[in-house]
Design a protein around this ligand. Structure first.
Ligand SMILES: *Cc1c(COP(=O)(O)O)cnc(C)c1O
Length: 234
């Protein structure tokens, strides 16, 4: 089932790219596996997926350990507290959710000690909803500029979450505003390229608006099992 779903998602990605004259190769499909098990990740791997997105540090760490034989790239897409950096620093490929200069500095300091650089995105709350993490679009450019000067941080771009509404068109203005901001930053000499935006319900609109990374959970794996509250409290 995961393989079939992956094929359907890839076809939809390709068609969305075609509509706006982009290449499907420019899009990284991230399988979001929070609250699913390593079995689902293996199925995604069999379907050719190499990028995995996780929201919770302990859960991600456990799965990474179990699957350490697999050449996967792990993306952290949940809220990251700086005291948890040590648990993922050795193996995380990209952190999508940097929303403060303090977190950026802690990551950079950790990177200096362990001789690695972290690929990061600034999480932007493009819809202004109080329930979401991320900096406002007004603050995003100054944070991005500050982060881009830190030695062990490689600022790759921005991340955002669209509106949780049935009509994906409702997310389009948010995605477009983030793309514009990315373009402005590039114009000002900040070499950022990536836009992590679009989930199962709105990834095609996100691609039309310039997404480079789409984060797909239910579209690949079906409905998520009930959340493990203990794990979430970690
Ligand atoms: C859960 C989650 C996703 C995937 O959502 P689906 O609607 O299941 O595709 C993507 N991004 C973030 C940040 C998430 O928390």
């Amino acid at each position: 089932m995961v393989a079939e779903n992956a094929k359907i998602i890839r076809d939809r990605i390709a068609r969305a790219c075609k509509r706006v004259g982009r290449s499907g190769d420019d899009i990284t499909l991230i399988a979001v596996t929070k609250s699913f098990g390593t079995e689902e990740i293996r199925m995604a791997y069999e379907a050719g997926i190499r990028d995995i997105g996780e929201n919770y540090v302990q859960e991600a760490r456990r799965k990474h350990e179990e699957l350490s034989d697999k050449p996967l790239r792990w993306h952290f897409i949940g809220h990251l507290q700086s005291n948890k950096i040590k648990y993922l620093a050795d193996w995380i490929s990209m952190i999508h959710t940097v929303d403060s200069i303090e977190l950026g500095k802690q990551l950079s300091a950790w990177g200096a000690r362990t001789k690695r650089t972290f690929d990061v995105l600034v999480e932007v709350n493009t819809t202004g909803e109080a329930t979401k993490y991320g900096v406002t679009i007004e603050k995003a450019s100054s944070l991005a500029k500050e982060l881009s000067t830190l030695p062990n941080i490689h600022l790759r771009g921005f991340m955002t979450i669209g509106r949780f509404l049935p009509d994906p068109e409702e997310s389009r203005p948010a995605f477009r505003s983030l793309r514009k901001l990315r373009d402005v930053m590039q114009g000002e000499g900040v070499p950022m390229t990536d836009l992590s935006m679009g989930m199962t319900n709105d990834f095609e609109v996100a691609i039309e608006e310039g997404a480079t990374h789409v984060r797909i959970g239910t579209g690949l794996f079906g409905k998520r099992p009930k959340k493990n509250l203990e794990e979430e409290k970690q």
